[in-house]
Design a protein around this ligand. Sequence first.
Ligand code: ZN
Length: 202
Amino acid sequence: MLGLTPGSQQQPTWEIDDAGWCAGARRSESANCDARPPDARAELLVVHSISLPPGEFGGDSIERLFSNSLDFSVHPGFAELRGLRVSSHFLIRRDGALVQFVSCDARAWHAGVSEFEGRVACNDFSIGIELEGTDRDPFADAQYASLVRITRALYARYPLTAVAAHSEIAPSRKTDPGPGFLWSRFLDECALPLRRARNTAN
Ligand SMILES: [Zn+2]
């Protein structure tokens, strides 16, 4: 037994196509990306959380942020986002729905100034997955199921070796996905040889 939940065993496998897109995802292409450096490969999975407005779920504000079409005047919590040009490869909504913004072959702009085991600029060699949520609250069962499915699909296509929280690669700036994300549950259900960052406590 691989420790998969009954639910995930019943779900069809997701696959990443030759252009780096997942057929199981709704595609919402973002221009906030560019090519990875020629020698860079996707080796690291970075887990994030995001909600817009902060603490509210649903709506289209996350997609608008990643497509540079968010109206920053509609909520005071958006003010600090003004001028940001960001994206991730994937977003997993509270109901487990998967949205893809950037081909996994390309470099999404999710990590910012960052360092993983001595290597800086983690966007170069990582895939970023945003979970719709906050830095404090639990995530939904459907989100774990989709995260496990997409991680297994990515592992089949890219040389992933490690997983990290955004807070672990940018500790002075970021706190996501926070203590509400259960690493042991995620990794147990993945049943893949993915290591956590060195020097992490949990
Ligand atoms: Zn983040």
